[in-house]
Design a protein around this ligand. Sequence first.
Ligand code: SAM
Length: 295
Amino acid sequence: MNDYGEQIVPGFAYRFQGEQLVSERSDFQQIDIYENPSFGRLLMLDGLTQTTERDEFIYHEMLVHVPLMSLENPRRVLIIGGGDGGTLRRVLEHPSVKLAVMVEIDRRVTELCRELMPSIAGDAFDDPRAEVLFADGIAYVRDGGEAFDAILIDSSDPVGPGEGLFTIDFYRAAAARLTDGGVLCAQSGSPGFQQDELHRAYSHATKAFGDVRVYVGFVPTYPGGMWSFTLAGAALSLDPSAAAARAAERKIGARYWRPELQRGAFDVPQIVHDVIAPDGPPHTWGLSPAEHDRA
Ligand code: SAM
C-alpha cells in the first residue's frame, strides 16, 4: 500500500494510502493515478489532487450547474481544461446545450482518465455535441472565433500550464468570446490555503467583467474542503426559483447542487470576503508552499 499525499502549507499535509496505477511524466506535467480505499481512483497532477471517483460530483456540479442554471437557454459552452471529462458530462446534462467544446492542453490526462477513471466522464466523450481539442486554452480563447454562452475554467492550479488562466488578459479575452448575457466561471482555489490564488482570480476578473461573485462548495479531498468558484458576467442573475424551474424542465438529477445554492452558496463566510477584499488576502494560515517559496 503506497502512502502519498499533498503538502498543503508548511507543517500540514494530506496523506492518502493506496496502490499506484500510473506514474507518468507527460509533455506538460507529472500524472499519477492511485486506487484509494475510500475515494476510489484518484488523479494527481504535479503532486496536487485533481479529482477522485467518489467526490468529483461535488466539484463538477458546482462548477457547471451554478453558471448554467443562471442562464435561460445555454446552447454553446466552452470548457478550458477538464481533461477527466467530469465537467463535459455535467454540461451535456443540460438539453439546451447544442455544442460543448473542451480544450485540454494535455492529451495524456484525458487518455489515462478514460482508461482508468471512466466513471467520471461517463459517455460524454462519445456525445455528438462534444468537441474535444488538445490545445492551450489560453491561445484558443485569445485567437478569437465564435462566441459562447458560458466559458468554464476547469483548470489545475495557477502553476505550470494553468498559470496564464488567471490573468487579466485571459479574462478580457474570455469576456470578448461571450454572447450577450454570457457568463464565465472558474475554479479559484481554497479560500483557506490558496488565498493569493483566490484574491488574484477575483481581482483580475473584476478588471474584465461588470459583475463578479465568489461562491463555495465542499470537496472532501481538496485542501481544507472548502473550495471557491468565481462567477463573472455583465449582470449575473442568480434566482433560486428560476433555477428550480430550469432544473425540473432540464431533468437535472444532482447529488450536491440544489436550486437554493444559487443564492446560498454565495453567502460566503467573512474570511472569503477578507480574501477578496482590495487589501486582502489575510494569509490566515501561513502561506502555501508555492507562496512560501515566492515570499
Ligand atoms: N478539478 C481540478 C482542480 O480544481 O484542481 C482540475 C481538474 S482538470 C484535470 C485540470 C486540467 O487543466 C488538467 O488536465 C490540465 O492539463 C488542464 N490545463 C492546465 N492548463 C491548461 C491550459 N492552459 N489549457 C488547457 N488545459 C489546461
